[in-house]
Design a protein around this ligand. Structure first.
Ligand code: TYD
Ligand code: MG
Length: 458
């Protein structure tokens, strides 16, 4: 029997790169605590550290490099293609993260079965058995004939399988379950995740297979494992949405082959994920009449404007510290906006609990929501509804000025398309040509907006 020599491991500091033969709590080089992680020692090659045995590289002029558009592999799911920037790229590595149960495995199985008819695809699962995957495929009514599955968590075996079977697209579900025999640490540890991702990236870049890695997220919602994981791969996608509602969003966080902030919208159904091509109406709750504390905004996600309802509830506080709570919007930003409201328009909330919510489980990070949040708060505080057919957007600065947002025209056009008749927007976003059916109320300062509200936007 051939003797298997175990690769040497050493401990490398994640802060300074210092090395140590054994694990220590403190890095001997930079004195940082808990920064040493296990990694594989590179086998020594000939030559000294200045690499005298290497030949000099050949230089190329950038203008002479042939800039080809990457050929895209359609993923079979159109909303998935949209976030990817037009499809998968041969040799690309995609990392997709999201809460447990959000639908990562479902989406990838749907995509693989759609691609399976024309391409060789492989689904590697470290979390579920082949039976469980088969059961899901049946539930999805997916064409499972062409999808090869491998229930395996050993990296070397997976690499060998990819080398011998030569699949075009490989899904690894998930990177945290894999382990490399070269390391002794447990699967899911920083060292293992980093090593496995690095090896798989190498496989993708050398063999041309497209690899999709599923990643777990931490309690805070970031991808679990080392930050370098995000640097290693070409595309990082996040799956989000409220598990209690059926809507799911995929957001691009980094994309070497396309635009970020592109959004894919799905609805989870009995038979898996269904793409939603016109998501604008999704995030509006259906009120029979006007209600206080509700304000519709237009948010811009990538190339798509989406209408989202912002709700606020302002209620008398019964504790010395009033509560400020936000769901789907930034909490710190809320405190800031309340301060601006007080300072510049004399609206007092210091004895009130303030809760805000973006309907439908969306998460809005852009400051264009500021004006809508403030109008919802004022409306709830005064128990006076905003007009039902009004949309609002605009960023609000600390000095009380209402700042323009990008792509104002597109937002307005989307609102008009969905039957909105009035828009409260920053003065600088005032359209040059009037938009059919839409009355624009342009304001320069938050005081103006509050005054217009008081007058009922007449
Ligand atoms: P899953 O893809 O297993 O999530 P992840 O891999 O991100 O952990 O999603 C499972 C959830 O989706 C589960 O709670 C059941 C639900 N689901 C449906 O509602 N319809 C379906 O057709 C399928 C396959 C799953
Ligand atoms: Mg899963």
């Amino acid at each position: 029997m051939a003797k298997v020599t175990k690769a040497k491991t050493l401990y490398v500091c994640t802060e300074c790169g210092g090395q140590s033969a054994k694990w220590q709590g403190q890095c001997p080089a930079c004195q940082q605590w808990n920064t040493l992680v296990e990694s594989v020692a590179e086998a020594a090659t000939g030559g000294n550290r200045f690499g005298l045995i290497a030949e000099a590289g050949k230089l190329q002029r950038l203008s002479e490099v042939e800039a080809r558009e990457e050929a895209r592999i359609p993923s079979g799911v159109s909303e998935f293609d949209r976030v990817l920037g037009g499809g998968l790229v041969a040799g690309g590595v995609v990392l997709i993260g999201g809460d447990p149960g959000i639908g990562k495995s479902t989406l990838l199985l749907q995509s693989l079965s759609a691609m399976g008819s024309t391409r060789q695809v492989l689904y590697v699962s470290g979390e579920e058995s082949a039976q469980q995957i088969a059961l899901r495929a049946k539930r999805l009514d997916a064409d499972a004939k062409q999808v090869h599955v491998l229930a395996e968590i050993n990296l070397e075996k997976i690499q060998a399988t990819i080398q011998s079977e030569k699949p075009e697209v490989v899904v690894i579900d998930s990177i945290q379950t894999l382990y490399s025999s070269a390391l002794t640490s447990a699967p899911g540890s920083v060292a293992q995740v980093r090593e496995c991702a690095a090896q798989l990236t190498r496989v993708a870049k050398s063999g041309g297979a497209t690899i999709i890695l599923v990643g777990h997220v931490t309690k805070e919602g970031a991808l679990a494992g080392p930050r370098v994981l995000e640097h290693m791969v070409d595309t990082v996608l996040y799956f989000e949405g409220d598990t209690h509602s059926s809507f799911r969003l995929i957001r691009a966080f980094k994309n070497r082959y396309g635009a970020v902030n592109e959004l894919g919208v799905f609805a989870m159904s009995e038979k898996g994920l269904k793409g939603v091509s016109n998501p604008s109406a999704l995030f509006l709750s259906q009120h029979s009449g006007e209600v206080a504390g509700s304000c519709v905004m237009v948010t811009q996600e990538g190339t798509r404007p989406i209408l989202v309802e912002i709700q606020a509830l302002v209620d008398e506080a019964h504790a010395p510290n009033p509560r400020r709570l936000s769901v789907g919007l930034e909490q710190n930003r809320l405190a800031l906006l309340l301060a601006v409201l007080h300072r510049h328009s004399g609206i007092v909330c210091f004895d009130q609990d303030v809760f805000i919510n973006a309907v439908g489980g969306v998460r809005i990070t852009e400051p264009a929501a500021d004006l809508a949040v403030m109008m919802a708060v004022v409306s709830s505080l005064k128990s006076k509804p905003l007009p039902a057919k009004l949309v609002v957007f605009g960023e609000v600065g600390l000095a009380g000025e209402v700042r323009p947002v990008q792509r104002g025209q597109e937002r307005l056009r989307e609102a008009a398309k969905l039957g909105f008749t009035h828009a409260l927007i920053p003065a600088a976003n005032q359209p040059k040509q009037p938009i059919n059916g839409l009355t624009v109320i342009a304001v320069e300062r938050i005081e103006d907006a509050v005054v217009r509200f008081r007058d009922g936007f007449r």
